[in-house]
Design a protein around this ligand. Sequence first.
Ligand code: ZN
Length: 199
Amino acid sequence: MAEAAGADWLHVDVMDGHFVPNISFGAPVMRGLKTLVEETNTPFDVHLMIAPIDPYLEAFAEAGADIITVHPEAGPHIHRTLQAIRGAGMKAGVALNPGTPVEAVAPLLDDVDLVLVMTVNPGFGGQKFIPASLDKIARVRQRLDAAGSKATLQVDGGVTADNAADCVAAGADALVAGTAVFRGGPSAYADNIAALKGR
Ligand code: ZN
């Protein structure tokens, strides 16, 4: 229904109750979701908030992930993990928690297709956007542009129709929203997504 209402990608938040305090679901459930959009092939953008990561990459690749984004704090060898994601034929992303400095992406720019700026602490939906994040988005944008990186700059956490334009003005290419899409039930999805897109 989100796809029919205008979602460009489907962002899948996988949480393990260990790396983050909440548990969501794993690869088999994601595979089930993927079968619902097989005809249109809407990209599955999988955000792994799990540790360790590497033992599960193949399962998510087989479940239909197009992009896998990981947190540098989730394992000792982020560079190897990013290479393993690309090696499995997927795009690789790195996620920056609110407490992770922008500089953390610098050594990884050749190895990522996406940089995700977390604008809440990962783990739960429905949290409030951290205002200082706009400055961080802008600094990541500068960093990507200065390096000539074509990586997508994605923002995830507390994104609403009220701050979406600010995120884009700061340099975001892609906005992730859960609560702001699904609030009001299925009949509201199209209007909610249109509002996020500023239409
Ligand atoms: Zn996410």
